[in-house]
Design a protein around this ligand. Structure first.
Ligand code: ADP
Length: 398
């Protein structure tokens, strides 16, 4: 079955055409700057890469172009859009309504619409993607896969905020957590690597531009670092992560900001970018630190300390940890961050093998020392595969 996996953002669109039989991505790409000018970077196989710079005023032109790259141009991999069996959409916020993936109906779209206040930019873009696919690829089923669904197993003591309870019952104010498809995929891979052991205690460190940790107990999310929105938790590319709520009115006063501006500031100007004053791209900050930049060095220390604090906290919550898994852009590629996040944890039985940690690979791999009680793995995430497989499962049944 061929599934077109779509991840529609406010001005961007990631896509992959996945063959669910092999799990392979036949073609993939990223459209950026929708509504500004428009650029599409398309990949077929490992070697064929093409860039199109075409005006894309809306997501409709962007998806039209994606379909053309799949069916017409020299990048063609299928003869017609009829060969696409279904479309799987990544949806950021499923609130408490969605505990697993669902086939998209008008009722489902309405429910996702109702969640827009919780993820204004993301859920609106996701709905737009669904509507356009219904129009451009008529008659084919669409499936929604939610970033929040995996975390719906968290118990109330881990998802409630310590504010009056009616804020939860009236306004649905609670921790939801994100990166669910990634945490689910990586923890399942880890369970396999642990020999399908029962009663597992796993910590997944999804470290990318957006980052979160998840404590996975027996394959289920027990706690995660992101909250009502993706702003909570770790220090990220441009997000501040956990801060004292008192910072918000203080900064609003000092900088004369309204609520919209302060949230924008904490989401887009803070984190690695704000701390280092260099970039949100950790590679550039690591380079500056190697050249002696003090702020860059402090940024890296803060980032790693925060990861370590959550590792310890989650190990405590689960009463131990069988495996710590690193994934996503930073987790898969930065031996420096992995080494520092795991340093000085030998008292807990967590010992990294520094040499194994330096080996670069795209495969699942173990980087813990022989005498480590806890396994440490690098597991490349594959959110698109999870979306394609969920789509297949639902459509197969349907
Ligand atoms: P997103 O959350 O947007 O999907 P990714 O998971 O692709 O992001 O991660 C992107 C981030 O990974 C980049 O911002 C970059 O800082 C980081 N990254 C990629 N390669 C390396 C590396 N070798 N060393 C450090 N950081 C890296």
């Amino acid at each position: 079955m061929l599934v077109l996996v779509l991840n529609a953002g406010s001005s961007s669109l990631k896509y992959q055409l996945v063959d669910t039989k092999t799990g392979e991505a036949i073609a993939s790409g990223l459209v950026e700057r929708i509504g500004i000018d428009g650029i599409l970077k398309h990949e077929v196989g490992i070697n064929k890469k093409l860039t199109f710079e075409i005006e894309m005023p809306t997501h409709k032109e962007a998806i039209e172009l994606v379909l053309k790259t799949l069916t017409i141009y020299e990048t063609k991999v299928i003869d017609s859009i009829d060969e696409i069996d279904a479309i799987g959409h990544r949806v950021v916020h499923g609130g408490e309504n969605f505990k697993s993936s669902v086939i998209i109906t008008e009722k489902v779209i309405k429910q996702i619409e109702e969640l827009i206040p919780l993820a204004p930019l993301h859920n609106s873009a996701n709905i737009l993607g669904m509507r356009i696919c219904q129009e451009l690829i008529p008659g084919k089923p669409n499936v929604a896969v939610f970033d929040t669904a995996f975390h719906q197993t968290m118990p109330p003591e881990n998802y409630l905020y310590a504010v009056p309870h009616e804020d939860y019952t009236k306004f649905k104010l609670r921790k939801y957590g994100f990166h669910g498809t990634s945490h689910s995929y990586v923890s399942k891979e880890a369970i396999k690597l642990l020999g399908n052991k029962k009663d597992t205690k796993i910590i997944v460190c999804h470290l990318g531009n957006g980052s979160s940790l998840c404590a996975v107990r027996d394959g289920k999310s027990l706690c995660t670092t992101m909250g009502l929105t993706p702003l909570e938790g770790l220090i990220m590319g441009t997000r501040c992560g956990d801060i004292d709520a008192g910072v918000i009115p203080y900064l609003m006063g000092k900088k004369n900001m309204d609520p919209h501006q302060i949230i924008d500031y904490l989401n887009k100007k803070s984190g690695i970018l704000g701390l280092s004053g260099i970039s949100s791209d950790l590679r550039e900050v690591i380079k500056a630190a190697n050249d002696g930049d003090k702020r860059a060095k402090t940024t890296i220390k803060m980032l790693c300390n925060k990861i370590k604090r959550f590792i310890c906290s989650y190990a405590g919550l689960m009463g131990g940890v069988d495996a710590i898994c690193f994934t996503a852009g930073i987790g898969e590629n930065s031996d420096l961050i992995r080494e520092n996040a795991c340093s000085d944890l030998d008292f807990m039985g967590i010992v990294l093998d520094k040499e194994k940690n330096k080996i670069r690979s795209k495969e699942n791999r173990e980087i813990s020392a022989e005498d480590s009680n806890t396994k440490i793995f690098v597991i490349p995430t594959n959110e698109e595969l999870v979306i394609a497989q969920d789509t297949y499962k639902l459509i197969g049944k349907g």
